[in-house]
Design a protein around this ligand. Sequence first.
Ligand code: IPE
Length: 266
Amino acid sequence: MKKLIVIKFGGSVITDKKKETPTPNMKNINSLAKQLSQVSLGNRYKFIIVHGAGSYAHPLAKKYQLSKGMSTEEQKFGFALMNRQMLELNLLIVKSLQDYNLSAVGLAPHSFVTQSEGKLKKLDHKIVKYLLKGNQIPVLYGDGVLDDKWGCSILSGDTIVSHLAKKLKAKKVIFLSDVDGIYDSDPKKNPEAKLIKEINSENLEKVLEGITSNNPHDVTGEMKGKILDIKINLQGVPVQVLSGLKMGNLDKAVVQGLGGTRLQFG
Ligand code: IPE
């Protein structure tokens, strides 16, 4: 039986997240596609790819304030723009994977996923299941989707990852970002920041305390939030958070379970 692995390509890896207009990072996209084609050779795994948005959607979501609905004509136009830009990013990633001979199939969440007050309501995972059965690689992404209470809301790639990993019983989840894993403080601001190799139920409290005491100015929300999200939404699934910027990392994570921070709860 092939092992199902869900991989998130973070928006900071596949795009230049600092830019206000869509700016892909083709070097990283192609490097990830190449690595995925290498680990696919042995035919031992099935993959679901979920990618982030980076500069293809975050600036628009902010400009048109799309996280809690679209009531004005301007917001509706912004939503349409965001959907189109995300399709373009998805196309770049799918094409790169196909260039490495992988049967990648893009699935646009705004066309089949709905939310209710910003929470996932309906995602037909059977579409994903059928593709996996046919040895194809579904490629989904964080997107602006319709929301039955607000009109629209933002569906993050992380939510898709957790939902599919649980529904389809993934053996592992890998989050690729632009840092080496989860640190005890922000490594971009603090050169003394230490990488935490392992987080589980036993050391969780200590880790969270350490993160707080190392960050007196409250930059901790993001890291804490990520850990708690994983604890709540990915119970029982081994998770690895590591850098997607280094060649060979994907292989190490998939095959050996090495690199970055490993998390497992329950
Ligand atoms: C964001 O998805 C989706 C939109 C803003 C439309 P993610 O949260 O998964 O994206 P990144 O990884 O932060 O860019």
